[in-house]
Design a protein around this ligand. Structure first.
Ligand SMILES: Cc1cc2nc3c(=O)[nH]c(=O)nc-3n(C[C@H](O)[C@H](O)[C@H](O)COP(=O)(O)OP(=O)(O)OC[C@H]3O[C@@H](n4cnc5c(N)ncnc54)[C@H](O)[C@@H]3O)c2cc1C
Length: 504
């Protein structure tokens, strides 16, 4: 099986040589494996490497490219483009720093994409078939299918297992919009193969993938129009935070039509016309390319899951219990195929749970994980724990402390003062229930609050922690200070006043 990654160039050649070597010969199977892992994305790779490191006999099966979505068509290429987009915006806005750049500076899109391909190929040895063979993993290239209670078939070879792990990930949802397939569209599986910048781009879906790529392409020079069916961009996020992100993207020239329904798409010569109903503003959007970012569908087909008693459906994927065990007690699942937390770090954390539970009869629980996440727009938006509306719906009482970045010196000096840190704590005490951050590096900042939640450290401890000046992380310290001030009730203040008067 040969897998082509487009365009064919030296970087993609290097990538494929690492993660799907054309001359790869599948190994002779062991009589029985402790673990057969299906899918070599983050969940599968972490499971396989961890199990082999612990001395287990492991087989890892991949039908396309090791590294999965994250390396090939997800985090890695998207963040490479976002970095260039940020550079482009900094050059565009250089005058505010007193730097005058001659007019006519342009983004060289083919060079941007070449850089991404070079960096992706440079990262790929880490996920390579050769590296995993060196780690002691039997790597099989081909489509995996369950053929019996303890057997999987790949490329005509039967592998016997004691335990198996389904880590087959997810793919882009293709909405059934009349005319869309005929007109042609991009998804995350094809957008990173572009070599020419689309002059006009419609992005269907205002979720994380849609917003990240919409902003990046707008900064490269495309005229971008985001079409969302919800009144809010990033519908899952804190409404105040999502509003800031929408404003930031609009400043970059992204147009939005929200609360709309896409009726059909029509191809007209080189153009594609998207017809909308509902939503304010125009009812037709004319573009050269359409990018779909409308959710993810778990990969559960073609595995013969019914035959081995693994319950699954097209929407939620493989059903698992809190120990990540499927309805077949010898088969576990991890990553996008079984989780609503479709993130690389969540796939990694689930893989570690599977290792303990599948190999050592452990009792590690997925519900015990504290999973933060971040959308890498500029500014970024990061979250951990409960949202305000979620807490209200669940009848959980809370107090909110918010620190705007325009009162944080470093954010002001960096010209990155558009954003805030919002922390939810218990009504009495300082236990952190959740946090949302909008900041240039929110994804980095959220780890401090995640650590505090995992380590059961409250806002009082954060207030006592010295943060270097000037840093943007001081925003979090200031939230701690605000909490401390809230403890200064009128009675405490009155008592302090009395004491100070008496000791004068
Ligand atoms: C554009 C984009 C940007 C993203 N950015 C981020 C980000 O910044 N941060 C973040 O945390 N997450 C991000 N994600 C999400 C992240 O990529 C996924 O959560 C992560 O890759 C999930 O890992 P996984 O192992 O569950 O699945 P995958 O990475 O999808 O791996 C599954 C593998 O299984 C293989 N497979 C499927 N069926 C079979 C079969 N029958 N036989 C053999 N092999 C099979 C597939 O080919 C694939 O290689 C992004 C996703 C996208 C699409």
């Amino acid at each position: 099986m040969t897998v082509a990654v487009l365009p064919k160039d030296e970087h993609n050649g290097r990538l494929v040589a690492n993660v799907h070597p054309p001359d790869w010969i599948n190994p002779e199977p062991a009589p029985r494996y402790n673990l057969v892992v299906i899918g070599a994305g983050t969940a599968g790779l972490v499971t396989a490497a961890g199990a082999a490191g612990l001395g287990a006999r492991v087989a890892l099966i991949e039908r396309e490219l090791l590294g999965g979505d994250c390396l090939i068509v997800g985090c890695v290429p998207s963040k490479a483009l976002i970095r260039t987009a940020r550079a482009a915006a900094q050059v565009r806005d250089a005058a505010q720093f007193g730097i005058h750049i001659p007019p006519g500076v342009q983004v060289d899109f083919p060079a941007v994409m070449r850089r991404m391909r070079r960096l992706r190929a440079g990262i790929s040895p880490h996920d390579s078939a050769a590296r995993f063979r060196c780690l002691g993993v039997d790597v099989y290239l081909g489509q995996a299918v369950f053929t019996g209670a303890d057997t999987v078939e790949v490329a005509g070879t039967t592998l016997r297992f004691r335990r198996a792990v389904i880590a087959t990930g997810a793919r882009a949802h293709r909405p059934p919009i009349p005319g869309l397939a005929e007109a042609g569209f991009l998804t995350n599986e094809t957008v990173f193969a572009l070599t020419e910048l689309p002059q006009r781009l419609a992005v269907i879906g205002a979720g994380p993938i849609g917003c990240e790529l919409a902003q990046a392409f707008a900064r490269f020079g495309s005229r971008v129009h985001v079409l969302g069916n919800h009144p809010q961009v990033l519908p899952r996020e804190d409404p105040d935070a999502a509003e800031r992100i929408e404003k930031a993207l609009r400043r970059d020239g992204v147009e939005f039509t929200l609360s709309c329904r896409i009726e059909r798409v029509e191809k007209r010569g080189q153009e594609k016309v998207v017809y909308l109903t509902g939503g304010p503003g125009q009812q037709q959007v004319v573009v050269e390319e359409i990018l779909i970012g409308a959710g993810r569908v778990p990969n559960v087909d073609d595995l013969n899951l019914d035959a081995v008693g693994v319950r699954h459906d097209q929407r939620d994927g493989v059903a698992v219990n809190d120990r990540l065990q499927t309805t077949n007690r010898n088969i576990y699942a991890a990553g996008d195929v079984c989780s609503r937390f479709k993130f690389t770090h969540a796939a990694d954390a689930m893989a570690r749970i599977v290792l303990q539970n599948a190999l050592f009869k452990g009792r590690a629980r997925a519900s015990a994980l504290t999973i933060p996440w971040c959308t890498y727009t500029d500014p970024e938006i990061a979250h951990v724990g409960l949202y305000e509306n979620e807490a209200r719906e669940r009848g959980i009482a809370f107090r909110t402390f918010t620190q705007e970045l325009h009162d944080v010196d470093r954010a002001v000096l960096d010209g990155e003062d558009e954003g805030f840190v919002k922390v939810l704590v218990t009504p009495r005490g300082d236990k952190i229930l959740g946090a949302t951050i909008v900041a240039a590096h929110a994804g980095d900042l959220v780890s401090e609050l995640t650590l505090a939640m995992v380590g059961r450290l409250g806002l009082g401890t954060i207030a006592r922690t010295i943060h270097p000046y000037p840093t943007q992380a001081e925003a979090i310290k200031k939230v701690g200070d605000a909490y401390n001030r809230s403890r200064l009730t009128p009675i405490v203040k009155w008592l302090f006043g009395k004491w100070l008067a008496w000791t004068r």
